[in-house]
Design a protein around this ligand. Structure first.
Ligand SMILES: C[S@@+](CC[C@H](N)C(=O)[O-])C[C@H]1O[C@@H](n2cnc3c(N)ncnc32)[C@H](O)[C@@H]1O
Length: 305
């Protein structure tokens, strides 16, 4: 089984329903991952269309290239951050598109490959970069950050209630030994929190790992502008689908959509008043989908001046 086989796209039926791929349509998948969602978009649009696929992880692009091989002629893959969506679209000669998807966060292959350093359920180098060609690793980040700043990061991006204790334990521990692996970090966290939390339903390292990952990859900062740029690229009637996996992301998506829909001459109609969530069956067969939320909006017709 290849790594890509592990990934089961989340809310796929719902994305296909709302994106409603059509023959000859042009689509952008800003978060290609394994390419499986993009493949379904292409299959549903029944005659060749155009798909621009973006991922900041070069390994995801390799996987997607394999997944989408049969659509080689109409698929254009780009390595980069979707914060540069407009620039990438322009360089492909794309001025307007019919649908754009953001399926945020990390893919299963990223999570389960221990060498990527995203997971605490095994031991690997403490990396956590989605794009391993640039930026600081989590080990480097933890080497230099101050205790108070680390506490803020854990509280803000992990909503971690034991932020102070964990930050202190990390800073104390690095005085004697550099924190280089995911196993080391998980063990420091485990020792620093009360037993009720250590053996709780959610692994006690979940929120710390999430916070470090979000900060390191600047996951939240790029989102409002990327959504705005995506909407600028949509043709009237074109749709944007955004799947988020935690409340901080979902809040940004909700607020960005609402702000654009509330303008005097709104460019956007929100199609999902409440976010769509996976069915109990999907949550059961794909536990990774548990926290997913899908929001959809549509570009409105231009009102003549
Ligand atoms: C949840 S996975 C997408 C899964 C995909 N829908 C599939 O079918 O496999 C998210 C992907 O988005 C990528 N990603 C996250 N943030 C990104 C960003 N700012 N720019 C480009 N790619 C990003 C990650 O590297 C990861 O491969």
């Amino acid at each position: 089984m290849g790594y890509e086989d592990e990934h089961v796209p989340v809310l796929l039926k719902e994305v296909l329903f709302w994106l409603h791929p059509k023959a000859g349509g042009r689509y952008v998948d800003c978060t290609l991952g394994t390419g499986k969602t993009a493949l379904e978009i292409l299959r549903r649009s029944d005659s060749p269309t155009y798909l621009l696929g973006i991922d900041r992880d070069p390994k995801a692009l390799e996987m997607s290239r394999r997944t989408l091989a049969e659509y080689n002629a109409v698929v254009h893959l780009k390595h980069g951050n979707f914060s540069c969506l407009k620039k990438m679209a322009v360089s492909e000669g794309l001025t307007k598109v019919d649908g754009i998807l953001f399926d945020l966060g990390v893919s299963s292959p990223q999570l389960t490959t221990l060498e990527r350093g995203f997971s605490f359920s095994g031991d690997g180098p403490l990396d956590m970069r989605m794009d391993q060609t640039q930026g600081q690793t989590a080990a480097e980040f933890l080497r230099s950050i101050s205790e108070s700043e680390l506490e803020r990061v854990l509280r803000e991006y992990g909503e971690e209630r034991y932020a102070r204790r964990i930050a202190r334990a990390i800073v104390q521990s690095r005085r004697t030994q550099a924190i280089q692996t995911t196993g080391q970090l998980a063990s420091i966290i485990q020792k620093s929190v009360p037993p009720s939390y250590r053996y709780g339903r959610l692994h006690c390292a979940t929120r710390t790992f999430q916070a470090i990952r979000i900060v390191l990859n600047q996951e939240l900062e790029v989102l409002p502008t990327a959504i705005q740029d995506a909407i600028d690229l949509l043709t009237p009637g074109g749709r944007i689908c955004v799947i988020s996996f935690h409340s901080l992301e979902d809040r940004i998506v909700k607020q960005t959509f609402r702000a654009l829909a509330a303008q005097p001459d709104p460019v956007l109609s929100i199609l999902t008043k409440k976010p769509l969530t996976p069915t109990p069956h999907e949550k059961q067969v794909n536990p990774r989908s548990r926290s997913a939320k899908l929001r959809v909006a549509e570009r409105r017709e231009e009102v003549p001046a």
